[in-house]
Design a protein around this ligand. Structure first.
Ligand SMILES: [Zn+2]
Length: 181
């Protein structure tokens, strides 16, 4: 069986997903990536941008520009559903990619978006879609290596070794947590 094909909207990337835990190949468009990068002013989103870069390099995430020939159909459908005004160029590009996939690989993909207008339009255009709510690990614990006797922080590489000063075996403690959402 082929690996699942997924298409991600900007709001899905901003959840801070660990791409490695996802089964399948993720597609998105250049404008989505631009949009995520524009939101890089917070620490959390800088991490997301870095993670995206790694996923692109490992070919877990593929960026594809869709053909513009679907834009007319998207415009017509969004006027029918009443989503025309809320639809951005980013949204249109993503829907266009989905329509292209619909043509080439039939319905064997899912467009993930948490945007109601997008979901609405997907159902109008018979595009398989799903919202994505994170329920996995919501935070990452940062450990610190320390000597329980000297109470001194040590280098990560020294974990399991003995303290240079007192000979006590070094342990680790929770330093802080990074919230992913
Ligand atoms: Zn010590």
């Amino acid at each position: 069986m082929n690996k699942p094909t997924l298409i991600f909207d900007t709001n899905i990337f901003l959840l801070g997903i660990e791409f490695n835990v996802i089964d399948g190949v993720i597609y998105t468009t250049p404008k989505v990536i631009e949009e995520v990068k524009h939101k890089r002013y917070t620490n959390k989103n800088r991490n997301i941008v870095n993670r995206i870069q790694v996923a692109i390099e490992s070919k877990k995430l593929l960026i594809q520009t869709p053909s513009s020939r679907f834009f007319q159909e998207i415009e017509t459908s969004s006027k029918t559903t009443g989503d025309y005004k809320t639809l951005s160029m980013v949204d249109k590009e993503l829907i266009a990619l989905a329509l292209e996939f619909k043509e080439s690989i039939k319905n064997d993909f899912i467009l993930y978006t948490n945007d109601y207008s997008m979901q609405n339009l997907c159902s109008e255009l018979n595009i398989p879609f799903s919202p994505l709510i994170r329920d996995g690990i919501k935070s990452r614990i940062i450990w610190e290596i320390y000597c329980p006797f000297c109470k001194e922080a040590k280098k990560v590489e020294e974990f399991g070794k003995e303290c240079e000063r007192c000979g006590t075996r070094l342990r680790r403690r929770r330093k802080n947590e990074i919230k992913l959402i």
